[in-house]
Design a binder for this molecule. Structure first.
Ligand SMILES: [Zn+2]
Length: 419
């Protein structure tokens, strides 16, 4: 036993994070890349990992890393972690649960005197939600070289502030972002714990599950341009109102997702609209809306989006509005590593029984890394499945069971000799 290390209690650690970025008006938490709340979350990561004696570094893409490499730990590392940023008004667990659980698991392994054969790294990936710059998994995509750096340097947030300015203000050099082959090579595998998004574990009666796959998914920005005018003085027949076209987009997204074959597990959502000028007595001149579409296979998503866009273009034509469509991101279907998932399952306490293996409709950094190294995920039961909302939650005993499971998995994986 190492009595000098304080074991991290995950519930207490989450309570410590609760005031950071809490939004008293909207509810939930808003923590976006390098804003004040995100910086406070990052400072907590540095402090907490430091208290365990881990080596903390930040890479050029603003991802944070905490490494435990005691004597005898050699070769590529076992990596774990998640993200500390959130969607606007998000829940307390999407992201932080994985980072908190990872640090709690490491603290337990240190305290019990575990001697790892390979290093253990905990990651906090930057801008996983894409809430500030519109690109999900930005930090892991940059790290893996999956996104062009020129494109990233052109990104701006809602206030018009460019990605390079935000990075420079926080002390980063935006000219050095991009693929980090050395860091990727340092990882033998990546295991991420995450709160379940969706409700598959509760009906099965299991507190934890393992991921099989992530739906193919993407985001498209539709710009609908009409003619701004007076809400009272303009005759109905002479209007070019992009709000009508937006309405068609919203309705059509649901309609075509519903009309898809059930085995495609299609879903489409318009969750964000920007109306110009946004006056209650003015016909809008322009509406920008964001379409999020997901389905089992890449072609299902492409087909779904094509059908929705076709409807929107027809509605645009009928209303005398122009429609432009820009793909902001596309993530192909991810199948997690079966062998790694089997090894994780074998490490879990027998009391957990036959742990369910479930697919997910949510994107994750583990999904990005899956194209580059073996990855797996542990999900912690979400009683009603709600996520990306202040209502997201998990029972305290399930949170503790999740940490137990991650600890057992990391103990077993770091006992395997690195190659
Ligand atoms: Zn997440």
């Amino acid at each position: 036993m190492d009595a000098t290390v304080t074991v991290i209690d995950p519930v207490a650690a989450l309570a410590e994070l609760a005031p950071i970025g809490a939004d008293p008006v909207r509810g939930g938490w808003s923590r976006h890349l390098l804003d004040d709340a995100d910086r406070d979350m990052r400072a907590w990561f540095v402090r907490t990992a430091g208290s365990l004696g881990l080596t903390v570094e930040t890479d050029a893409n603003a991802n944070q890393w905490a490494t435990w490499a005691p004597e005898g730990a050699t070769g590529p590392a076992v990596a774990t972690g998640s993200h500390l940023d959130s969607v606007p008004g998000g829940g307390p667990l999407d992201g932080p649960l994985g980072v908190v659980s990872a640090l709690a698991a490491v603290s337990r392994l240190i305290a019990e005197g575990h001697a790892p054969a390979r290093p253990l790294m905990v990651a906090n990936f930057a801008e996983e939600e894409g809430a500030r710059f519109g690109v999900p998994c930005l930090g892991s995509q940059l790290l893996a070289g999956d996104i062009g750096t020129e494109r990233v340097r052109r990104l701006t947030d809602a206030a018009g502030t460019g990605y390079p300015e935000v990075m420079m203000a926080a002390g980063y050099d935006p000219t050095t972002i991009g693929r980090d082959a050395a860091r990727v090579a340092e990882m033998a595998l990546y295991l991420e714990l995450h709160v379940e998004q969706g409700c598959q574990l509760a009906p099965l009666g299991h507190p934890v599950g393992l991921a099989t796959s992530i739906l193919a998914h993407g985001r498209w920005r539709l710009t609908l341009t009409g003619r701004g005018d007076h809400a009272g003085a303009t005759e109905l027949v002479s209007r070019h109102d992009p709000m009508l076209v937006a309405g068609e987009a919203i309705r059509s997204a649901r309609g075509h997702a519903l009309g898809s074959a059930p085995e495609t597990r299609s879903r489409a959502t318009v969750g964000k609209l920007h109306v110009v000028p946004g006056g209650s007595n003015a016909i809008a001149s322009e509406v920008r809306l964001w379409l999020d579409a997901r389905a089992e296979h890449d072609a299902d998503v492409r087909d779904l989006v094509a059908r929705i866009v076709s409807d929107v273009e027809a509605a645009g034509l009928a209303e005398g509005c122009t429609v432009t469509v820009e793909e902001e991101s596309f993530s192909t279907r991810v199948a997690f590593d079966q062998d790694l998932t089997d090894r994780v399952a074998a490490a879990l306490a027998p009391g957990l029984g036959d742990v369910p293996r479930i697919p997910t409709g949510a994107g994750h950094d583990a999904g990005v890394l899956a194209a580059h190294l073996p990855t797996a995920m542990i999900f912690v039961r979400n009683p009603d499945g709600v996520s990306h909302s202040p209502l997201e939650g998990a029972a305290e005993p399930d949170i503790r069971t999740g940490v137990d499971a991650l600890t057992d998995a990391l103990r077993a994986l770091t006992s395997e000799r690195g190659t």
